[in-house]
Write a protein that binds this ligand. Structure first.
Ligand code: GCW
Length: 675
């Protein structure tokens, strides 16, 4: 039985014998001209992959000479077969008739990515004859962020403990670290922040730097650089200084020395990720300084090295009168142009916090002089942890493909989408980055729910190329991970593509948000008290006797004013605002007729009920693929779907019964009676 450990790098024998033989004829040797560790990884991966897929050992040789029928790895500029030239990390695969398949890489990493791309061709059953494929990453820093703590726990992790065994490191190096690196490299991920943004200062101690260096040694041959989250007052807590003021010379020296110490053992260290003056974390504002002052101090410390600062824009104040939606834009746009050129500001996809559906953050497009990166959450904090099956590519794409209109209407090349802001094409950013909060853990299958592997996969593929489609990525992943049986592939991809909308329907339909209790798992829309006013549910949904939803138009918080007029136009009129965003921007009366012909109340009930019922549909669809997928994976997912069904009903009933205390209306008779 399949324990899910191999992820999408399964390399099982290709069952179609003629196809397998055809592949084998083009893969009789692997010629590797070079000795760098990354090139060696490429050749080794190809050899291992081909061993599994073709059932034979393909030799690695130093030089193809006049031999044909093999695979040649080459760091070189691509020949003139495509219009595109290669960018850093880019690759081109060219198969010549009666010749070789050559993988050209712009650099060593490009060759490695090309090797994985060739394996993917085979794994998904594509032609390799006459293959001509050029691929360049659209984004430079393709990052995973781990919210992992020194004690092995993971903040918002649902797949076991941390992968990093801090107590054993640096002397015991779990072979699993290498498989982690292989999986990431197969997607083109080239950076990983190994510790939580709510950072412990211990990561800056010699004790931990040595442990982190041991991980870096494993990741390096896969083109992955290590980064660390920092605790802003570390100069005080572990450095013995009286202050952590970023303008204090001693503090600046402390960071410069610390950075030097890190680079001594991790020469390709990537840099720092910072959560500061956010959710109670300390930061430069504690000393009357700005985010830019804090970030620029760290940039200065990194000056002698090829490292960068990723400064998060996840900020909001505990003010019941304010609208948290507006906070990041208010705090950060005045700082545009004030950040050092080594700084990227990392912005969550939405203005609040990784909700099942959010409008895009109004920061995108509004920081023309500051490179912005987008941060997505792969781990399912608000998406049902590891039980609910939610394929996230449509969520990522929805944000990436939205037009910010900062270049006006009908701007060339399809508008100034969020994707084009972060890939630098809108404001010509000098650096580009994207981050995903990892869903990995010590569970044998890495992600708890085996279907959640697809979210890691989809994030990585989109980090490389945001123009890929959710459908295409799902199709690839299913074929590489679960089955090639055409009907089952269709059934599973269809399930995946609908899964997020189904979740939204029973969880937060029509633009509702944040109905969770403490750990963000159970429904608690009735929550009115918390340690902070903006940590209650009522703050977000604003239910009252008249209606539901947060008025963010000019009659309310006017958060809409942070967007361009064209965007405001889409959302500001409750009559025309698309239903998925309605309650994000409007307080709508219970009796208001919506475009569906139903009143708000009836529409809400309909969504909660059809959403929960759709999980039964998911169960039925999944049952059909039983003969085509591994029995262990089939049983695992079947079990999770039973739980998901139970919890979907829990969500439905919690919302309906609670909101009914305000709407004072019956559940529409047309809906099925609760079981
Ligand atoms: O969504 C919230 C999470 C916190 C997290 C924070 C952040 C790491 O509930 O657990 O802290 O976002 O992104 O900083």
């Amino acid at each position: 039985p399949d324990d899910g450990y191999r992820l999408w790098l399964k390399y099982d024998l290709i069952k179609d014998a003629p196809k397998r033989e055809a592949y084998a004829r083009s893969a009789q040797f692997i010629a590797l001209n070079g000795t760098s560790p990354i090139l060696k990884s490429a050749a080794d991966e190809l050899q291992m992959g081909l061993q599994g897929l073709l059932g034979r050992t393909v030799p690695i040789i130093a030089n193809a000479g006049s031999r044909t029928g093999g695979i040649v790895l080459s760091v070189a500029s691509a020949p003139n077969v495509g219009a595109q030239s290669l960018a850093a990390d880019g690759y081109q695969i060219v198969a010549r008739k009666a010749g070789n398949i050559t993988i050209f890489g712009k650099n060593d990493s490009g060759v490695l990515y090309g090797a994985f791309a060739l394996l993917r061709q085979l794994q998904t059953g594509q032609q390799v004859e006459n293959l001509s494929l050029t691929s360049n990453p659209k984004i430079q820093y393709r990052m995973l962020n781990h919210w992992d703590n020194t004690n092995g726990t993971i903040e918002r992790g649902y797949a076991g403990e941390s992968l990093w065994k801090w107590y054993e490191l640096p002397n015991t190096v779990d072979p699993r670290y290498r498989d982690y690196a292989r999986a990431n490299a197969s997607l083109g991920i080239n950076g990983t922040v190994v510790n939580n943004v709510n950072a412990s200062a211990r990561f800056m101690t010699a004790e931990y730097i040595e442990k982190v260096a041991a991980l870096a040694n494993v990741f390096r041959p896969y083109g992955i650089r290590i980064y660390l989250s920092i605790y802003f007052p570390a100069p005080k807590t572990i450095g013995g200084l009286k202050t952590a003021d970023p303008l204090d010379p001693e503090v600046r020296k402390w960071w410069a020395d610390k950075t030097k110490e890190i680079y001594k053992v991790i020469p390709d260290f990537g840099g720092f990720l910072v959560k500061a003056n956010s959710e109670g974390e300390p930061g430069p504002q504690d000393y009357g300084r700005t985010h830019a002052d804090g970030a620029n101090m760290l940039a200065d410390a990194l000056r002698p090295y090829d490292g960068i600062v990723m400064w998060r824009a996840f900020v909001y104040k505990a003010d019941p009168k304010a609208d948290r939606f507006k906070a990041a834009h208010e705090e950060f746009t005045p700082l545009d142009g004030k950040f050092d050129k080594k700084v990227i500001v990392q912005v969550k996809n939405g203005p609040i916090d990784f909700q099942p559906r959010e409008p895009f953050s109004p920061l995108f497009g509004n920081m023309p002089k500051t490179p912005l990166s987008v941060e997505f959450q792969i781990t399912q904090e608000y998406l049902g942890f590891a039980t609910h099956w939610v394929y996230e590519a449509p969520l990522f794409k929805e944000c990436l493909d939205t037009d910010t209109y900062v270049k006006g209407k009908g701007s060339p090349s399809g508008g100034a989408t969020v994707a084009k802001v972060i890939d630098g094409s809108v404001h010509q950013y000098a650096m580009t980055a994207i981050a995903g909060v990892a869903n990995t853990g010590s569970d044998r299958n890495w992600t708890g729910n085996p279907m959640a592997q697809a979210n890691w996969y989809a994030y990585g593929r989109l980090a490389w190329d945001h123009s890929l489609s959710s459908e295409g990525i799902a199709d690839e992943w299913v074929k590489m991970t679960l089955t090639h049986e055409p009907k089952a592939v269709k059934t599973i991809t269809d399930l995946m593509l609908k899964s997020r909308e189904i979740y939204v329907d029973y969880n937060t339909p029509l633009g509702l948000s944040r109905p969770w209790s403490g750990v963000h798992f159970a429904p608690e829309p009735w929550q009115e008290k918390s340690v902070r006013p903006d940590w209650t549910a009522i703050y977000y949904h604003r239910a009252d006797s008249i209606g539901l939803g947060f008025d963010r138009t000019a009659t309310g918080s006017n958060a809409l004013a942070q967007y361009r007029p064209e965007v405001q136009q889409q959302w500001s009129n409750p009559e025309t605002c698309p239903l998925p965003y309605l309650l994000w921007f409007h307080h709508v009366p219970w009796t208001k007729k919506l475009s569906t012909g139903r009143t708000l109340w009836d529409e809400l009930c309909t969504r909660f009920y059809t959403g929960a019922d759709s999980v039964v549909w998911m169960q039925k669809q999944w049952a059909q693929v039983k003969p085509a997928v591994d029995p262990a994976i089939f049983a695992d997912v079947t079990g999770r779907l039973i739980t998901q069904r139970k919890e979907a009903i829990w969500w439905r009933d919690s919302w309906v019964l609670y909101l009914q205390t305000y709407s004072k209306q019956p559940i529409p008779a047309s809906l099925p009676k609760p079981e």
